[in-house]
Design a protein around this ligand. Structure first.
Ligand code: ZN
Length: 324
């Protein structure tokens, strides 16, 4: 059925909103990482103290931030009830992912290797349309919450794409086409970004609802132009990671590419370790993008693009494509 005016919709953890309600959005965050296989391997990943998380996010809210895309997908530390609590208490709207992370974040012999393409597709679709399991698929009993996923995560590493990863690609694109949910990927420092674009294109994904993360670590302007010319979005999150005295390549890319591709660049913190959070006693704090970075962007003469990066582009990118 067609309604007379269909403004694009974004699926957040507390319900669907109109895309213009998204507001100031961080596009790649780790808000909650619960006890899980990744945190057993590396304790720095543990982010599960609701009080501290609410403190950091409430501070961001007071600075004008309104939304975040969380990027911990199925069975890798996602805690849907904590995410909902954090969203309610801080006022920050959260888009939660389904999908699958890198192989290193799952034990060998995990179900991701045994489930068929169709089974994985169904699991992703159910997260988006029914609600995310409160046990995050950690056991045989599934209890769906009322909280639905609003994006699909996919990850590749440094090696060429494997046949197992190809199965994941197909399941992710199937779920994307069935639900209209956008796709967010992990690249290792931008590597395999081009192969990701080619794979999505081959499988018929809508590239205007695909965003490739962490590409600002790849020092090759021509490579970046190539990727952006395909129509996908990119997400930069290393602005605060370059060391003093080192070229800030994130800034180099912004200077070269923002005026050429103002509608395709998004940013986030990807602060997956508590050492980056002020509420955990770390730095620079998640407010870096609203404070230091905003000032730096203005000093580079690019202040006019702040709203593209943080408001207009996320609103288009994260919209559910429910055209037909
Ligand atoms: Zn991440």
């Amino acid at each position: 059925m067609k309604s007379t005016h269909s403004s694009p919709m974004i699926r957040t953890i507390l319900g669907d909103i109109q895309s213009e309600e998204l507001g100031f959005c961080y596009s790649h965050e780790h808000i909650v990482i619960e006890e899980s296989y990744p945190t057993v391997q590396n304790r720095d990943f543990l982010l599960n103290d609701v009080e501290k998380i609410v403190q950091e996010l409430s501070h961001l809210y007071s600075l004008g931030v309104r939304s975040m895309a969380d990027t911990m997908p199925a069975n890798a530390g996602r805690n849907i009830q904590k995410l909902a609590e954090v969203s309610r208490k801080s006022g920050i709207q959260i888009i939660v992912p389904t999908g699958i992370h890198m192989e290193i974040y799952y034990p060998p012999n995990h179900w991701r290797y045994h489930y068929s393409e169709d089974q994985l597709t169904q699991l992703f679709v159910d997260d988006i349309e029914q609600g995310i399991d409160i046990h995050d698929y950690g056991g045989p009993i599934v209890e769906r919450s009322i909280h639905k996923a609003g994006l699909i995560k996919l990850a590749t590493g440094d090696e060429p794409i494997t046949s197992h990863q190809e199965k994941i690609f197909r399941s992710v694109v199937n779920a994307h086409l069935a639900t209209g949910a956008p796709i967010l990927t992990h690249t290792n420092y931008g590597r395999r970004a081009k192969e990701q674009v080619e794979m999505f294109d081959k499988l018929g994904a809508d590239l205007s609802h695909v965003v490739l993360s962490h590409v600002d670590r790849y020092k090759d302007i021509a490579y970046h132009r190539d990727i952006l010319q395909s129509g996908v979005y990119v997400e930069y999150d290393s602005a605060f990671r370059w060391k003093t005295g080192e070229e800030n390549y994130t800034y180099t890319l912004l200077k070269q590419l923002l005026s050429e591709f103002p509608g395709q660049i998004t940013m986030g913190m990807d602060a997956a370790k508590s050492q980056y959070w002020k509420s955990y006693g770390g730095n620079p704090g998640l407010d870096f993008l609203v404070t230091t970075f905003k000032k730096d962007l203005e000093e580079m003469g690019l202040g006019e693009f702040f709203k593209n990066i943080f408001i207009e582009n996320p609103a288009k990118l994260f919209s559910m494509n429910t055209a037909e």
